[in-house]
Design a protein around this ligand. Structure first.
Ligand code: SAM
Ligand code: SF4
Ligand code: SF4
Length: 404
C-alpha cells in the first residue's frame, strides 16, 4: 500500500525554517510501524510510478513518525552508521594481480576524468554531513590516494571536523615523499598495504616491478613523521605469497606496528577469484602460532574488522581479517563514497547512489543529510554472510574504484 501526505520532514525539528510541501513515499503501514523511505530521486520516481491506490493522510497523523526518523540512525539490520571510506581516485600506480590485473586495467581502461572527481570542497561538505549523521571515522583510500594531487590539503580540510578519526590506506610507494606533509596536515593514522617482504615476490604481486625496499622506506618515513602504530595489511593468496607470512611476522614483531593478514576476497569482477586461492585466517594463525605462541585479545570496538592476537611473549600484536571465512556483516557500520560521488552501502554492491549528482544539482545540507539517512535506513546488505547464494548479483563494483 502506498500512503502519502505532506512530507513530515518539512516540519521535523531539523527543518522548521522552511516547510517543504512535498509528497513522500512511506514504506510499510504507519499503524504497524512506518519507516520513512525515499527522497528526491526515489520520491520523484514514486510520483511518476503508475497510479496505485493512494490514501491521503493528514500531516498531524504523520508527525508522530518524525520521532522515529529523528531517532538513532540505524539500517534495516539495526546497524549504526559510523565509518565512511572516501575513494579519492580510481587510478593506481600498482597493478596488484588480485585487484587491478593488467589485462583488465591496461591502457585502454577508461578511468574517471579529472573533471568528474569530487572537489576537495565537495568532499569536505559531504564529510560534515556524514559527521552530522554519526560518522566518527573517515578513511581516505582509492585507487592509490597519494596519486591525488595535494591530498594533504584535503586532509587539512577534514582535520578541522571535530571528533573525527582521519586515516589513510596507501600502497606506500609515495609515502616517503608525503608522510611529513600528511602528518602536519592532521592525518591521525596510516595503513600501508604490503604483500611480501621477498623483493621478487613483491614485484610480481604489484606487477609494476616496484621494489619492496621503497615501501619499507615509506613506513620508516611515516614513523619519523610521527605516525605511531602503523597498520600493515597483507593480502594472502594461496600459492602466491604464503611463503611471506612468517618473514612478515618476524619483520614486524617487536615493533609498534600491527601486521594484519587479509583473506583474499571476491571483490569486483576482474580478479578471477577462486575459493581455493583463499588462505584462511585460521591457517595464517596456525602458521604463525607454530613459531610464536599467540593469545586472542578483545576487539577495540564492535565494528572493528580485524580479529586481534598478541604474541604471548610480549612481542606485539597482529590481526586477521577473515572477510571470507568469518563474515562480520552483522557489525558493519561502513559507507563508501566513490571518486565522483556515488555512495555504496556495501563493498560488494553493484550500484551506487548518486550523491554527487544531488550535490551538483544544488541540494542543501539538510537535504543531503535526509537523502543519506534514507540510503542508510534502507540498507540490508550482508554480502559476505550470503556469499555463494545464487541470488547475489554478479556485477560487483571494483575495489580499486571504491576503496578497501
Ligand atoms: N591502493 C591502496 C592500497 O593498496 O593500500 C588503497 C586502496 S586498496 C583497494 C585497499 C586495500 O584493499 C589494500 O590493502 C588491498 O590489499 C586490499 N585489497 C584489494 N583487493 C583485494 C582483494 N581482492 N581481497 C582482499 N583485499 C584486497
Ligand atoms: Fe592499487 Fe591498492 Fe589495488 Fe594494489 S590493492 S592495485 S595498490 S588499489
Ligand atoms: Fe559490510 Fe558488505 Fe562487507 Fe558485509 S560484505 S561487512 S555488509 S561491506
Amino acid at each position: 500500500m502506498r500512503l502519502s501526505g505532506q512530507c513530515f520532514w518539512g516540519v521535523s525539528p531539523r527543518n522548521t525554517r522552511g516547510s517543504r510541501p512535498i509528497l513522500c513515499q512511506i514504506k510499510a503501514c504507519p499503524y504497524v510501524g512506518a519507516v520513512y523511505s525515499g527522497f528526491d530521486a526515489r520520491h520523484n520516481a514514486a510520483m511518476l510510478a503508475p497510479p496505485v491506490p493512494e490514501i491521503r493522510i493528514p500531516l498531524s497523523s504523520l508527525r508522530r513518525q518524525a520521532v522515529r526518523v529523528d531517532g538513532p540512525l540505524v539500517d534495516q539490520l539495526g546497524r549504526p552508521l559510523r565509518d565512511l571510506r572516501i575513494s579519492v581516485t580510481d587510478r593506481c600506480n600498482f597493478r596488484c594481480t588480485y585487484c587491478m590485473p593488467k589485462d583488465k586495467f591496461g591502457r585502454e581502461h577508461a578511468f574517471l576524468s579529472r573533471d568528474r572527481l569530487l572537489s576537495f570542497e565537495d568532499i569536505r561538505r559531504l564529510a560534515r554531513v556524514f559527521h552530522g549523521l554519526g560518522v566518527r571515522k573517515i578513511r581516505l583510500t582509492g585507487g592509490e590516494p597519494l596519486l591525488r594531487r595535494d591530498l594533504d590539503r584535503l586532509v587539512a580540510m577534514l582535520a578541522e571536523i571535530p571528533a573525527l578519526e582521519l586515516t589513510l590506506t596507501t600502497n606506500g610507494a609515495l609515502l616517503a615523499r608525503y608522510a611529513a606533509a600528511l602528518k602536519a596536515a592532521g592525518l591521525h593514522r596510516v595503513t600501508v598495504s604490503l604483500d611480501a617482504l621477498d623483493d621478487a615476490r613483491f614485484r610480481r604481486m604489484n606487477d609494476v616491478d616496484f621494489p619492496v625496499a621503497d615501501v619499507l622506506a615509506g613506513i620508516e618515513a611515516a614513523e619519523r613523521a610521527g605516525f605511531t602504530s602503523i597498520k600493515v595489511n597483507m593480502v594472502v593468496k594461496r600459492g602466491f605469497n604464503e611463503a611471506d607470512i612468517l618473514p612478515m611476522a618476524r619483520h614486524f614483531r617487536g615493533t609498534a606496528h600491527v601486521l594484519r593478514f587479509i583473506e583474499y576476497m571476491d571483490v569486483g569482477c576482474s580478479n578471477g577469484w577462486r575459493m581455493d586461492e583463499v588462505l584462511t585466517a585460521r591457517e595464517v594463525l596456525a602458521r604463525i602460532g607454530s613459531e610464536f605462541p599467540l593469545q586472542a585479545i578483545d576487539r577495540d570496538y564492535p565494528s572493528e574488522v580485524a580479529e586481534r592476537w598478541r604474541y604471548a611473549d610480549g612481542g606485539g600484536e597482529i590481526g586477521v581479517i577473515a572477510s571470507v571465512t568469518q563474515a562480520f556483516c552483522h557489525d558493519c557500520s561502513r559507507l563508501r563514497l566513490s571518486p565522483e560521488g556515488k555512495l555504496y552501502s556495501c563493498l560488494f554492491a553493484n550500484v551506487g547512489h548518486d550523491l554527487g549528482g544531488m550535490l551538483r544539482t544544488g541540494a542543501d545540507d539538510a537535504h543531503l543529510a535526509d537523502w543519506v539517512s534514507g540510503v542508510w535506513r534502507d540498507r540490508a546488505d550482508r554480502y559476505s554472510e550470503l556469499r555463494g547464494s545464487a541470488q547475489l548479483g554478479q556485477q560487483k563494483v571494483e575495489m580499486s574504484y571504491i576503496g578497501g
